[in-house]
Design a protein around this ligand. Structure first.
Ligand code: SF4
Length: 854
């Protein structure tokens, strides 16, 4: 859609004021704590004390907060506003409405304040209070028993991103504890970026290059921006985050840049700054990209403008390139590399694949006509995008992680990387590799966690399956990694050894991915409810989340605002790095303890307390780690003691120089080889060719060495589901939550509506208007929510903000799917548990549903 014709819709851009039942009350347990005392009137400022704290949730930033309190009770929370606010020098790190709602979140009615033990069936939320000593004893005894009966591989420490402290976070404390008691089963990847990591390793060789794209400030030197699912202004809302950097970079270059945004939803990152919105169907980005690249090759542009780049820096564009790679790898001195030569098929080259030649003759060319019928972007727009790329001197191409969270999302991300390679311009100022932009972080010391005696990890998304059949997990079937094998990351998952045991004990801290954020919530809840499978679930959190309801032992954690700790700017906060030294004048609610004190108590029962604490209190650890942090940052003036640093609160520094992706490799490829099998950028991934030949895949999955668009389960072209469930449903990051965090804050529920967005064409077919209550369902479940009718989504597509809390109807109302209706509107009731082919990651944006009036 052209920018001009879209501006009239901008009234819908800001947070709408519709209020919808959040379902949180549906999840309350009769044993939830009493609502704590909250002041109803703000006291005079003179009576307040102020402490520096921070918002430590997984949005990509960790905004500092100023916490005002009186007599240990919060009176208000405000943002940092200490500087002259000059962008690029000392811009204020303003918290978004989520962080500013922390007073209400801190005192939420579902706050956990006492250790508790389950008394009813698991998942029904019936608990009784126990003492800390009883909790420590029960957990310690279970760790010992599981170790003895099954081995430490049966103790799984789950993914949790709700507390990004520098010191007392779940990894520092729980991993350190478990490493002292025989070890535990850890995971690799995460829920957000598994497909991105796998794609980057296949194309560029190194996992972390996926977040080392050119700095956003390089957009100022670009003449074309192409963003696939790129939406920093809703995900990274900090006043000093990537969203702000993106806005400032575009503002500085308004006359010289064309902006293309490819997304099934018109996001707040566009808001009129884009020139073209390509309203694509979910999961079809690779098809669009193939058609664009067809234009580049078929027109002769690649031969004239990019062939030399492709021959020098890349493997796989044409047959000659693969023949040369095969010869080079056959002659490689390292036997492990050498054996990859057998997997290289020179006929399987990208040139022939795109043009429909050679072994791809029967398939046909990947033309704009072919792609338009799949992706929903018109032939005219596809050709125009290709023309823009061919005309540009400095194309900045990037993709958010959302396009990777699909059934074949690993390859969709590789397609974006390949498009960047095909421009032949990577390494120049203003140009990007297709990766997410590099963040500039404040170096920070962390408590050492020791060494895990258990040498195996599972892909994080597969944990629920590992409860059921972990003992059959191997590298070639489920992506298990044996880390001590000594090989580099993209090779170690090619093993055939199985996990010794199913998971028997789960420890879940500051995370809601037990039920809410994991796929197929109904089926996952059933696995957790079966006490014969997982024998104990420990949850450490501040609130009674849907995941906390499945605990056997509940441990109340202190909140960020109640903590003495420190935190840096996190992983996607843009080009201003910062460090907040946190202090608190609050009395932790009830009997809440920090994760450090909790783990210390369990360590005592296990006889390892001295080794765990090294004789240090929280204050002493923070002092020690502060000194180490200070030593890492000689360019920042920092006071001598932790206590003085807590008084000052905030330290910052701006990135000294913009990053340009792969500039070193382009300038000297022999001195800076990539970590791929060939040492070059790989359009044809040789490691994936090996996986394609040796891995055992789930039904319907396919791994291809080239980044190919393929028809997937529940995708736009899926013949098995498209008739019964005609609408593609895709999740997105709503401004009202960070993942599922802040769902239990009424201010946020009032400020940002929870509603399924539907195009007017599909709404008209169903007689729906905005505000109607609807059920959204498929074979996995039914949710009830309200509908928002808007042309801000592609035709045939519905979009739902992820993270609403799972709340099965207390009246056992059954929906059209035959399941109890989720009244909370949790997207994952509808998502499929089906790990992606390469990463074994999260495919939660690939869904088909039906929608009807409730
Ligand atoms: S932008 Fe992120 S870190 Fe900052 S206040 Fe909002 S949710 Fe918290």
């Amino acid at each position: 859609m052209e920018r001009r014709s879209f501006l009239k819709m901008s009234a819908a851009m800001s947070c709408a004021a519709s209020v919808v039942g959040c379902g949180s009350s549906d999840t309350r347990s009769s044993s939830d704590p009493e609502k704590p005392p909250v002041t109803t009137t703000d006291p005079q400022p003179a009576a307040e004390v102020v402490n520096w704290s921070a918002c430590l949730v997984n949005c990509g930033s960790n905004c500092p907060l100023k916490v005002y309190s009186k007599d240990g009770v919060i009176t208000r929370v405000s943002s940092e506003h200490e500087t002259a606010d000059t962008y690029g020098v000392d811009q204020q790190i303003r918290a978004c409405p989520r962080g500013l709602s922390m007073r209400q979140r801190n005192y939420a009615p579902d706050r956990l304040t006492k250790p508790m033990k389950r008394v009813g069936p698991r998942g029904e939320g019936q608990f009784v209070a126990i003492t800390w000593d009883e909790a420590f004893q029960e957990i310690a005894a279970k760790i010992q028993q599981v170790n003895q009966d099954y081995g430490p591989e049966a103790i799984y420490c789950h993914y949790g991103t709700g507390a990004y402290y520098g010191f007392a976070n779940n990894k520092s404390t729980w991993h350190r504890l478990l490493n002292l008691t025989g070890g535990f089963l850890n995971h690799h990847w995460d829920y957000s970026w598994a497909g991105v990591y796998a794609a980057c390793m296949a194309s560029y060789g190194y996992q972390w290059d996926s977040i080392a794209g050119s700095s956003l400030s390089e957009i100022a030197n670009s003449d074309l921006f192409v963003g696939f699912g790129f939406n920093p202004n809703e995900i990274r809302m900090s006043g000093s985050g990537e969203g702000y950097d993106f806005v400032k970079a575009l503002e500085s270059n308004q006359q010289n840049i064309q902006v293309y945004m490819v997304d099934p939803r018109y996001t707040d990152s566009m808001r009129g700054l884009e020139h073209h919105w390509l309203a694509i169907r979910p999961g079809t980005d690779a098809a669009l990209i193939e058609a664009v690249i067809y234009q580049l090759i078929h027109s002769g542009w690649v031969n004239t403008n990019a062939k030399s780049f492709l021959d020098t820096y890349c493997v796989g564009f044409d047959k000659a390139s693969l023949e040369q790679a095969k010869r080079d790898i056959e002659a490689h001195p390292e036997p492990f590399i050498q054996q990859h030569a057998q997997y290289i098929d020179p006929d399987d080259n990208y040139h022939d694949y795109i043009l429909g030649l050679g072994k791809y003759a029967a398939q046909g060319a990947r033309t704009a006509t072919w792609a338009a019928a799949i992706c929903g972007v018109t032939e005219t727009d596809i050709v125009a995008l290709a023309d823009a790329i061919m005309t540009a001197q400095t194309p900045y191409i990037t993709a958010g992680a959302g396009i990777s969270r699909h059934a074949n999302g690993d390859q969709a991300t590789r397609a974006v990387y390949t498009l960047a390679m095909m421009t032949g311009k990577i390494g120049r100022s203003g140009v990007n590799s297709g990766a997410m932009p590099r963040n500039y972080g404040f170096p920070m010391a962390k408590m050492p966690t020791g060494t895990n005696p258990v040498d195996v990890t599972i892909p994080v998304f597969t944990w629920s399956d590992a409860i059921v059949r972990g003992a059959s997990f191997t590298g070639i079937s489920d992506g298990v990694r044996y880390t001590a094998s000594g090989a580099v990351e993209n090779k170690v998952d090619n093993n055939t050894a199985a996990l010794p045991h199913n998971i028997k004990m789960v420890i879940n801290c500051a995370g809601n991915a037990l039920v809410n954020q994991h796929s197929d919530s109904n089926a996952t809840a059933a696995i957790l409810a079966d006490e014969s499978l997982c024998e104990m679930i420990v949850v450490c959190d501040c609130w009674m989340t849907p995941s906390a309801r499945y605990a056997d032992i509940l441990l109340p954690d202190t909140t960020w605002l109640e903590s003495e700790d420190y935190a840096n700017d996190s992983y996607a906060s843009g080009q201003l790095a910062y460090l907040t030294m946190m202090s608190s004048s609050l009395k932790p609610l009830g009997d809440a303890k920090s994760m450090y004190d909790i783990c210390s108590g369990i360590a005592e029962k296990l006889g390892v307390q001295q080794a765990f604490t090294e004789g240090r209190t929280t204050q002493q650890w923070c002092e020690e780690l502060y000194q180490q942090t200070r030593a890492k940052n000689p360019d920042v003036v920092m006071p001598e003691s932790y206590a003085e640093a807590q008084q000052q609160g905030l330290f910052r520094k701006h990135v000294p120089e913009a990053h340009i992706a792969y500039r070193d490799y382009i300038q000297d490829p022999l001195a800076n080889p990539r970590q791929t099998v060939s040492g070059k950028f790989e359009i044809y991934s040789i490691s994936l060719a090996r996986k394609a030949a040796t891995w055992t895949l789930n039904a319907g999955d396919l791994i291809t060495p080239l980044p190919q668009y393929v028809v997937t389960w529940d995708g736009f072209e899926d013949p098995a589901t498209r008739d019964d469930y005609p609408i593609q449903l895709c999740g997105y990051h709503t401004k009202g939550r960070t993942h599922s965090s802040f769902h239990n804050v009424p201010w946020m529920r009032e400020a940002v509506e929870d509603a399924v967005w539907l195009h007017p064409l599909q709404a008209q077919e169903r007689g729906l208007t905005t505000g109607d209550r609807v059920v959204v369902f498929n074979a996995r479940g039914t949710i009830r929510t309200q509908v928002k009718v808007t042309p801000r989504v592609s035709p045939g597509v519905a979009m739902l903000g992820q993270g609403a809390w799972y709340a099965p109807s207390q009246n056992q109302e059954v929906g059209p799917s035959g399941h109890v209706i989720d009244t909370g509107g949790c997207l994952n009731v509808l998502t499929k548990y089906h790990p992606s082919p390469i990463a074994k990651g999260n495919p939660q944006h690939t869904n088909r549903v039906q929608i009807q009036k409730a």
